[in-house]
Every structure is written in C-alpha cells, then in structure tokens.
Design a protein around this ligand. Structure first.
Ligand SMILES: [Zn+2]
Length: 340
C-alpha cells in the first residue's frame, strides 16, 4: 500500500511552517514562508494556500490536514471563533473548510497551544501522561491540557487559557494581549517581560538595558521620545540578573508568577507531567533553580513533588507540527472507523 501522510501546519504571527508527517510521526518535506498574519485574513489565507500547494507538489499520498492557529478556535465547526487585533479579520474565518478545499482531504484545526500540548503528548515529554499540562512561553503564554489523550476544550473552546487568568489585581501598567491587566501572561512571558522593561525605563527606572549608567535616566527616556528604542532580549536580562535591579525584578516576577500558576494548576488538574516550552527555557540551567526556589514557597514538604513532573520541552518549535499531525491522524482514523 502506498505510504500515507498528513499535512501539519503551524500558523504563527510571523511565519507559517508545514511538514508532511507519516503515521509513525516521521517528518519530511519542510516548508516555511512568511505568514503575513499582521496584514489580515486575506494575506494569511494567501500564504496558507502557497504553503499547502508546496506540500502537495511532493507527489506523496496525502490523507489529512490540520493546523494550529492563534485565537479561540472552534475545533468542532472548524471556525476561528475569536481572534484579537493581531490578525485583522481572522475572527469568523472558516479555516477548516479552507484547508479541506485547498488540500482536497479532511481537515482539523485547534488553538496553537492546544496543538503544542498534543504534540508533547504524542512525541515529547508528555508521552504516556494521564494528564499533561503544556505551557508555551513566547510572545505570550499559551497553554493546553491533554487528559487521557484528548485535548480539554470546554464548551466555548476557552478552557485552560491559563495565561489570561488574573494573578495580580494591581502593580502592572502593561496591558496583556487580551486587553486586561494583571494576567499571568503579563508577568511570565518573555514577550511581556520585554514590554515591561520598556515601560519601566520610560517611566524613569534606570537599567543597563537602556544604556545606564553610561546614559542618565532622562537620556534613556529621551531615547524613547526620539524613537531610538533600545533593543534587547531576555538573554540580556539573564546576563545582567546579578548587576541590574530591573533585570532581576522582571526575572524574579516571571518565576514567581510561573510558580504560582504551576502550583494552582496542579491543585486544579493534578497533572502527572508539566512541559515548559519556548525559547526562554534554552536557558533552563539559569531559570529552573529560580523556579524551584519560588515553588518551594508553596509546598510544605521539603521535597518538591512538582519538581519531578516538570520537563523542559525537547521538541522545541516542532511541538506544534507534531501536534497538528496527531490532530490530523486522529481525525483520519475516526472517519475511517465511522465509515468501516
Ligand atoms: Zn490576558
């Protein structure tokens, strides 16, 4: 029998990634193209069309397609129920139908973080877990829960959006991507740590990130007024953790709220595995001792039971591809079982 493949797509704010994936999870025929998501629905659909046709050109037998997308994704209808302004007009897009028409095979879609969780369950640190909690720390804070092999969605496809649980009712002036204040994402995600650093320097906190002590506080503020915005990464914050007050505070806040979140979620869902993904944990040797130190505040036993559940993602950027492939294969199998 001719070997079968599914198309697995990861829709990102900047890039689109797609691969063919066989039933065993072997990845081939990698395609990569700018998503043009910030230009809106039509531009993103054009990019999707392009990447699907690139995958189809391989001439292999394709039997399914699936994609992970940002936003509230209705896994039952294949429609994007809600997306904030980052992808203009993405709300209401009949993405599942679009994928099916373009590829000529059955499709599935889900929220990108749910898809990452499914990828971790299938091929990553969550293999064999009864209850897997996956946290993805990037521009935002994505999360997904896989229980007995199934993604928990909730009736409105908003379940386990832990990045938007409010963990602080004051103390931040930087809004979350959802528009609210005090969400876990606002403190924990690398993207928001950078936003908070900019905000702090604009209101007069000195930091090496803006050029202090070579520049005075007012000279750093002038940089922002003159659109000479300082550029830095979370790695720069790590490098100055011991000699810069702002870097230390932002990192400590991030680990403090991540520990709080992990503790509370452990009490809610009792996961046997928690995966931490995103570029931030490439510096795991630096962050994990800080995280365990914060977690120790909540556990009365000197041993940290949660310590043995936490795994740094080894799939990296491929978690979303593996997850989309699993989503597609599960759908293919369900349709075949129904038609048998
Ligand atoms: Zn939020």
């Amino acid at each position: 029998m001719e070997k079968e493949y599914v198309i697995a797509i990861d829709i990102g704010g900047t890039n689109l990634k797609a691969d063919l994936v066989d039933r065993e999870g072997n990845i081939s025929d990698f395609s990569y193209t700018p998503s043009h998501a910030s230009e809106g629905r039509e531009a993103l659909l054009t990019s999707l069309k392009k990447i699907i046709s690139l995958q189809m050109e391989c001439g292999k037998k394709i039997v399914g397609i699936a994609a992970g997308s940002p936003g509230t994704v209705n896994n039952a209808t294949g429609v994007i129920d809600y997306m904030q302004a980052h992808i203009p007009n993405w709300t209401g897009t009949r993405l599942g139908e679009f994928l099916s028409i373009e590829a000529g095979v059955p499709s599935q879609i889900d929220n990108d973080a749910n898809v990452i969780a499914l990828g971790e369950y299938w091929k990553g640190g969550g293999q064999g877990a009864k209850c897997l909690l996956a946290l993805a720390l990037g521009t935002g804070l994505g999360s997904g829960l896989v229980v007995e092999g199934k993604v928990m969605h909730g009736p409105f496809f908003n379940a386990v959006e832990v990045g938007h649980t409010i963990v602080c009712t004051d103390g931040t002036n930087v809004p979350c991507s959802c528009g609210n204040f005090g969400c876990a994402e606002s403190f924990i995600s690398p993207g928001k740590m950078i936003s908070r650093a900019h905000h702090s320097m604009q209101v007069g906190l000195p930091s090496v990130l803006g050029g202090y002590p070579k520049l005075t506080i007012s000279q750093i503020q002038d940089r922002y007024k003159n659109n000479d915005v300082p550029e830095f990464t979370v790695k720069d914050m790590v490098d100055h953790y011991n000699d810069d007050f702002l870097c230390k505070r932002l990192i400590d806040d991030s680990m403090k709220y991540l520990a709080l979140l992990i503790y509370n979620l452990s009490k809610c869902y009792d996961p046997d595995v928690i995966t931490l993904g995103g570029g931030m944990f490439k510096s795991a040797d630096f962050f994990m001792p800080l995280l365990y130190g914060q977690l120790a505040r909540y556990y009365v036993s000197p041993d940290l039971p949660v310590k043995y559940k936490i795994k740094i993602s080894e799939l990296g950027d491929l978690a979303g591809i593996y997850g989309a492939a699993k989503l597609a294969w599960d759908h293919v199998d369900a349709l075949r079982a129904k038609n048998a």
